[in-house]
Design a protein around this ligand. Structure first.
Ligand code: GLN
Length: 199
């Protein structure tokens, strides 16, 4: 069975676990480098990126995750998870770092106060015609997408909200909350391929 890790330092870990289990994947909570060795793919959940960053460095996870992503391990980051995957973050707290890997610049909390939470129906490149029901909860704005990454979904105003770079997927919204399972399905498929390649 494909083993998907959920980085479980802070954030909505349980919602991701539920979705992954419903799709037939085995899941493990990843907190220590030795947990990471067992996984074929990783979810970095939504939550608070400043906290996830601090804890991931305290738990010695920043470098191992960075190395695993560089090795091709598939990863899905939602919201704060996207911030953790971004190569650069604007409006971070002092000293905030990311794991990186995704050639984008994100700005934290940039949808503004009034629109802190909203839903949008998105067309996602590569999915069937059913739109994605996307829940935005104090999500980051993707300010720029570098040449190594590609946009797979945007808002009506043209702002990117879903980006892909190889087997790295970053979403500014929460599919695990709206019951949208196609991103997790894709992660499991990519993870199974990675497993076959690396064993
Ligand atoms: N505002 C949060 C942050 O900066 C992200 C919000 C979320 O993950 N829902 O990390």
């Amino acid at each position: 069975m494909t083993m998907i890790g959920v980085l479980a330092l802070q954030g909505d870990v349980r919602e991701h676990e539920r979705m992954l289990s419903a799709l037939g994947a085995e899941t493990i909570r990843v907190r220590r480098p030795e947990d990471l060795v067992q996984v074929d793919g990783l979810v970095i959940p939504g939550g608070e990126s400043t906290v996830i960053d601090k804890l991931s460095r305290q738990f010695g996870m920043q470098h191992p995750i960075r190395a695993a992503i560089a090795d091709g391990m598939p990863v899905l980051g939602t919201c704060a998870g996207l911030i953790m995957l971004a190569d650069a973050v604007a409006d971070g707290v002092d000293g905030q770092e990311t794991i990186g890997g995704l050639d984008v610049v994100v700005r934290r909390n940039a949808f503004g106060r009034q629109a802190e939470s909203f839903e949008a129906a998105l067309d996602v490149a590569g999915f069937d015609e059913r739109p994605v029901d996307a829940a935005f909860i104090r999500g980051p704005v993707i300010e720029s997408v570098g040449p190594r990454a590609g946009t797979i979904a945007m808002l009506d105003d043209g702002r990117a909200v879903a980006v892909v770079q190889g087997s790295i997927v970053g979403l500014a919204f929460h599919p695990e909350i709206s019951g949208e399972h196609r991103f997790h399905e894709r992660l499991i498929t990519d993870a199974a391929q990675y497993r076959a390649r690396s064993r």
